[in-house]
Each structure stands twice: as structure tokens, then as C-alpha cells.
Design a protein around this ligand. Structure first.
Ligand SMILES: Cc1cc2nc3c(=O)[nH]c(=O)nc-3n(C[C@H](O)[C@H](O)[C@H](O)COP(=O)(O)O)c2cc1C
Length: 302
């Protein structure tokens, strides 16, 4: 869904030059050919559980690889350097901060028109109260419709994305013109919400109804012809968990039922096929077991 110009939206003459340098969506004109040579997706692949990389790791050991991970030095980058194209920061961040969960957001505008789009500048940031954050990038012209809708109606549903949904979810990121609902583009199904107007995605294992509690717009960073970037803080008002995917108390979702996908760099997605566990420890329990912790404990400020 698109929108008409708002005060924070660039005019067309400003947008055209911005469009020329904005190349976030890469050209994959022969993607069909590339994918044809790849093995099929194994829907039934079990999630294995292994040992952790260094099961006998001791306090103070860092990475026990005989210094191999210290050989290469780092290259310093100023993200704001005048000769550093924005696209390089985009590619660096989306390939370097991975995997990212995808928040699949259902919103409506003030006229009740629906929108459904995925965002991986997304995270749960607390449980008490349950809070989420979503980042909207700037682009030539108008702000992203989800961003605008959240500002207008301050409500959404955050839907999880499972492996079996990925084609439909990815398709819903299309820059659909105004009035065209990505619900139809995706073919996903709407389920009613209780505390907010936007619908839930029926196929998702977990839906979170939520209300906007804060919006930070980066006005000091806005560039000619580009829309305002914004970060939105959302507080949950209701949870919905698909029956048969969680324990009896609805306090734990089964990974094997959720089958989450993570966004990686470029247009790459990853799946969870192998996991391992590491128990967390308490200082008082560990001090008697570790010479290093005992030494640090003895030297703690009185
Ligand atoms: C998996 C995935 C993750 C995305 N993450 C983001 C994001 O975090 N922020 C953003 O601004 N755009 C992101 N996009 C692009 C938006 O989905 C895209 O611009 C979409 O058209 C926005 O829709 P809207 O204008 O209807 O809100 C992502 C796209 C995909 C496929």
C-alpha cells in the first residue's frame, strides 16, 4: 500500500536523484537459473542437538583455538565518511548482524486500509512489559506504509515467520501501489484480533497484538529526496499461540513446530537445523569451583 505525500515526504524532483543512488534491492534477473541447480528444500529435516563448540571451556579461556581467531587484524570504518556509500553500510550491517528474526507486521491506516510487510530490523526487547522494536529505513520518496500506519493508528500485529511461509512473506515486501493490500499478494489468511484493528496472520505460530508507545524519527539524518527513517517501540497487548505448538501452560513454543527462519545478508535466509545448550551459572556457585573466579572474588571492592 502506498500513500500520498506527507510533510516528511520528499517531492518528485527531489526523489529522482535519490532513486539513482539507491540500490538496496539487488538485481536477480536470472535467479531462477541459479536456484535450479540447488538441492530441494528438505521440509522434514530434523533439528539435531549437538555438544557446544568447546564443552570443556574454563573461565578466562576466551576462544580456545591457540590464537587462530586473533591472527587477522581489524579494518576501521567511519560509517559517515563522505566517500562511504550508504549501500556499503546497509550491506555490512545486514550481513554482519545475523541471523535476524523477521517481524511480519500487520497494520491499518486511518481509513482502515490494510498492510502486511516483513521487517528484520526487529527484536523483542523485554518481557515485563513485553516490548518490541522495529526499524524503518529511509528510501527515495514516501516513508514505508507500515511506518506511516503505525504513526496514524498506533496499532499492529507482529506475526512470526516459519519456514513454510517464507515465499509468501518475502513476496509481501513488494513495493505495492496505494490501495493494494499485501494480504492478497501473499495469499495468507486473516484472523481477527481482540485488542487492535489489524488482523493476525492465521498461518503464523505466534501473533502479538501491540500498541505503539514511542516513535523516534531521525530528522537530523534525513537526506534530500529520502524519507525519514524511524524506530518504533511497541508494547504487546495480547498473545496468540497456535494450538499444538506449545506446552500446556503456553509458556514455551516448540522450536520444531515454530521452524523459524532468520534473515542473513543480501537476500539470504537461514533455518535452524542444529542447536546446542549451555547452562547459565551463578557467581556464588561457581567461585568454589574456579581458581580464577575465587581470585577475582577475593579482590572484589569491599
Ligand atoms: C525479510 C525482509 C526484511 C525486511 N526488513 C526491513 C526492515 O527491517 N526495515 C525496512 O525498512 N524494510 C525492510 N524490508 C523491506 C520492506 O519489507 C519493504 O520496503 C516493504 O515494501 C515495506 O512495505 P510497506 O511500505 O507496505 O510498509 C524487509 C524486507 C524483507 C523481505
Amino acid at each position: 500500500m502506498s500513500s500520498s505525500a506527507s510533510p516528511a515526504t520528499a517531492t518528485e524532483s527531489q526523489t529522482a536523484p535519490a532513486e539513482k543512488t539507491y540500490k538496496i534491492v539487488q538485481d536477480f534477473s536470472n535467479f531462477g537459473e541459479t536456484e535450479a541447480n540447488r538441492p530441494n528444500f528438505d521440509q522434514a529435516k530434523p533439528i539435531e542437538v549437538t555438544k557446544s563448540p568447546y564443552p570443556n571451556w574454563k573461565y578466562g579461556e576466551g576462544v580456545p583455538d591457540n590464537g587462530a581467531s586473533l591472527v587477522q587484524k581489524h579494518h576501521e570504518i567511519d560509517p559517515y565518511a563522505p566517500d562511504r556509500p550508504m549501500i556499503n553500510n546497509y550491506r555490512l550491517l545486514v550481513s554482519g548482524i545475523v541471523p535476524r528474526p523477521v517481524g511480519f507486521l500487520s497494520t491499518v491506516n486511518s481509513k482502515g486500509q490494510k498492510n502486511l510487510s516483513p521487517f528484520s530490523y526487529f527484536q523483542v526487547i523485554d518481557h515485563d512489559p513485553p516490548m518490541f522494536i522495529v526499524g524503518f529505513s529511509s528510501r527515495p520518496g514516501r516513508v514505508k506504509d507500515t511506518n506511516r500506519n503505525l504513526k496514524e493508528t498506533r496499532e499492529c500485529v507482529i506475526n512470526t515467520v516459519s519456514e513454510n511461509m517464507i515465499e509468501a512473506v518475502n513476496a509481501s515486501s513488494i513495493d505495492a501501489p496505494y490501495g493494494i493490500s499485501e494480504w492478497e499478494v501473499s495469499g495468507l489468511h486473516e484472523a481477527p484480533s481482540t485488542t487492535v484493528k489489524p488482523s493476525r496472520v492465521e498461518e503464523s505460530v505466534f501473533n502479538i497484538e501491540g500498541k505503539v508507545i514511542d516513535i523516534k524519527e531521525f530528522t537530523d539524518h534525513q537526506k534530500p529526496g529520502m524519507s525519514l527513517a524511524a524506530t518504533v517501540l511497541i508494547k504487546a497487548t495480547r498473545f496468540w499461540v497456535k494450538e499444538g505448538t506449545a506446552d500446556a501452560e503456553y509458556s514455551h513454543i516448540d522450536l520444531d513446530k515454530l521452524r523459524p527462519i532468520g534473515q542473513l545478508g543480501g537476500v539470504c535466509y537461514g533455518r535452524v537445523v542444529s542447536t546446542f545448550e549451555r547452562p547459565r551459572s551463578k557467581w556464588d556457585d561457581e567461585v568454589p569451583k574456579s581458581e580464577l573466579l575465587a581470585k577475582l572474588d577475593a579482590a572484589k571492592p569491599k
